[in-house]
Design a protein around this ligand. Structure first.
Ligand SMILES: [Zn+2]
Length: 335
């Protein structure tokens, strides 16, 4: 009976156990698949994270590179600015030392060598004769001054103040009311026209002599040999530009007395040369040199003859209409 019961009870556990076993196997299988899928997903995520991290790091590197590049450019800009400042400083320094072609160093020479009142006006009355005497004072100055005083004529003296010149005669010219103008200190063409500096050295010396002796600061000047001569073709333009810049007024002539064609020219030749003039405004070249005795002798006849023809006389002034040789024409004539 008991065995029967026992044997009767045994199969009642078998079915649930089997079911449990099957169930557990199914669950294990199910979760196993899920787990492996999750693992794969996780690996993919890890890979993606690594990718993103790498991209981020690359971005950082690029940003660093750009920052470095920016610094380089800033440094280059600063260097360029420094270089520009250095060039400007060197340019300024050149200007100060006179290497600038617009400001040669001779412009800084003799800062008191400027015309007192530079003027430019068209003062050109008709039928006027301007007698001009170069190279004085000399032993002939007294006779010339006497004639001019007698005839009540004012004239212009382009003076030379070589060593030993007569200061008394120079003062007498100024005191008589004639225009005292610069001609030369040395009258040495080779030295005067060798350079702008050479010309300034010579002209400043006569400028100082006139100023010291007469108290007058001269404005007018005449180039030794005339503005265009055989010695100044290389320096003429620069000398002229510099003298004009300083306010001085140059005068050549349009009538020559011919008294320089020889040491002493016959008096009648001089008279006839001057009386042959036809210009209504005549600037007459004559000389007050030591050998020019016949010029002084010719003067009374010259003045009388021109007065008889209706001419009046005047001294040149800064505002007198200029008479200058034509540079281009003269160069073509004397290559
Ligand atoms: Zn002369």
């Amino acid at each position: 009976m008991t065995e029967q019961r026992r044997s009767k009870k045994k199969p009642s556990f078998a079915a649930p156990l089997a079911l449990l076993l099957v169930l557990s196997l199914a669950l294990t299988g199910f979760f196993g698949v899920r787990l492996s899928r999750a693992k794969a997903d996780l690996a993919a995520l890890d890979a993606r994270a690594a990718e993103l991290e790498a991209a981020l790091s690359a971005g950082d590197t690029r940003l660093e590179n750009l920052a470095a590049e920016n610094e380089t450019l800033k440094a280059e800009l600063a260097a360029s600015e420094a270089n520009a400042a250095d060039l400007q400083a060197r340019l300024d320094a050149k200007t100060l030392t006179g290497l600038d072609p617009d400001h040669p160093s001779y412009m800084d020479k003799y800062p008191d060598f400027y015309a007192p009142q530079p003027l430019r006006a068209d003062n050109a009355p008709e039928n006027t004769v301007y007698l001009t005497f170069d190279d004085g004072p000399s032993i002939n100055t007294d006779a010339i001054l006497a004639t001019l005083a007698e005839q009540n004529v004012k004239a212009t003296f382009f003076v030379v103040t070589m060593d030993g010149y007569s200061k008394e005669r120079l003062k007498a010219i100024a005191d008589a009311g004639h225009t005292v103008a610069m001609h030369s200190k040395t009258h040495s063409y080779r030295t005067i026209y060798a350079s702008v500096e050479g010309f300034l050295d010579d002209m400043y010396a006569v400028f100082c002599d006139i100023r010291d002796v007469t108290g007058i600061t001269p404005t007018l000047f005449r180039f030794p040999g005339g503005s265009i001569n055989s010695y100044d073709h290389l320096t003429y333009q620069e000398i002229m530009a510099e003298m004009l810049r300083r306010g001085f007024v140059p005068f050549d002539w349009n009538v020559s007395s011919g008294d320089a064609t020889a040491a002493t020219v016959d008096k009648d030749v001089i008279v006839n040369n001057v009386l042959a003039l036809s210009a209504s405004r005549a600037i007459v070249l004559m000389h007050d040199g030591y050998t020019k005795t016949t010029t002084a002798e010719a003067l009374p006849e010259i003045i009388a003859g021109l007065k008889a023809r209706g001419y009046t006389f005047d001294a040149l002034r800064p505002d007198s209409k200029p008479v200058l040789f034509q540079y281009i024409d003269t160069v073509r004539q004397n290559p």
